[in-house]
Design a protein around this ligand. Sequence first.
Ligand code: SAM
Length: 398
Amino acid sequence: MPDILIRKIPKALKDWIDNQSHSARTSTNAFLIDLLDNARQGSQRQLPLFDSMPEPVETQSSNNTKVPFTFCDLFAGIGGLRLGLEAVGGDCVFSCEYDKYAQKTYQAWFGEAPHGDIRELDLTKFPDHDVLAAGFPCQPFSIAGVSKKNSLGRKHGFLDKTQGTLFFHLATIIEIKRPPVILLENVKNLMSHDKGKTWQVIQDTLDKLDYEIHFQVINAADFVPQHRKRVFIVGFDRKIFKGKSGFEFASPPEGPKPKFKDILEENPESKYTLTDHLWNYLQEYAERHRKKGNGFGFGMTDLEGVSRTLSARYYKDGSEVLIPNGSKKNPRRLTPREAARLMGFPDHLNIVVSDTQAYKQFGNAVVPPVAESVGQQIARVFANKITKRNGCLLKSGA
Ligand SMILES: C[S@@+](CC[C@H](N)C(=O)[O-])C[C@H]1O[C@@H](n2cnc3c(N)ncnc32)[C@H](O)[C@@H]1O
């Protein structure tokens, strides 16, 4: 094919073609021929055509492969996963979160109020989507009931194991909607919960739903100055990807790690400094536990290092992430803006709730740059597959 195809075209278009063909690991010419051929045939395939031309990348990474795809944001919190997926080309078509304060933040940041309790949704009314994203709460579920049912000789489907749990609702949505890709996030302890049985049920359920499953524990400390280990599960519908998605989690970013001092505000209000009463209490508590030989206690953060994990209970005393405040003052806690930065949320997102709610929301959230890293790898799979001839991967709206 002659070079003329890529002569005298706007630079943005040329960059996009280069980027797409590079991601598809194919030549520019082969990519263009495929693209034009599909356009000519009026194919049902939703290729990332010109309405999805690259926009300026707003995240910290400038090497993103952006691919237009749709996603649902379930157990959305304040949209940590959403920010990550949007950064790689995702378009959110449905969100669900029942906490009214988190809904308020979500509305302010994304211009839409999420639907409420997932248990009350009409599951047949979900829009089609390419990626189902869910940072679902780790709600204990026992499989004792299953063995009882077994012993009674009753038939049961795989979902019976998770009946009544939030994971059951998730599995049902997956079963009904069959999104090509699922992205789930949870605390690392999910894997050891109930001696590993909970994890096994989750794996078995996704396997029986016919998804190729990948999982990895990722420490957010590679992206933000916070030790925060979370397990990410990425699944690909075997009916579409034939078990050959080629997905891989990314290696941790290279270069120097972020330092805690980088997220600090210059002049935090004095109300964030601990009172004598609280500071004395925290020191006595830590001392009592030290004598008993265990490590419970406050976490005084090394400004040159990373903090402990920010939890949703940070609003109570701030003890897990304390900041040294000079020799004459008690240590202080994070301001809500610092908590946002520690989680990787950008400064342009205004905090619209009380300090207490803000700490809860950030402590519950997924770190957007981590979500972006995982989302980027999913987008790469899409980019590789949608430029091939063998069928449509994106179900809708791309
Ligand atoms: C771990 S947080 C989610 C973090 C979020 N996915 C993110 O990306 O930052 C779990 C969220 O699930 C919400 N949630 C719990 N039960 C729910 C339910 N039954 N329906 C809807 N949301 C629920 C909680 O309010 C909480 O915000």
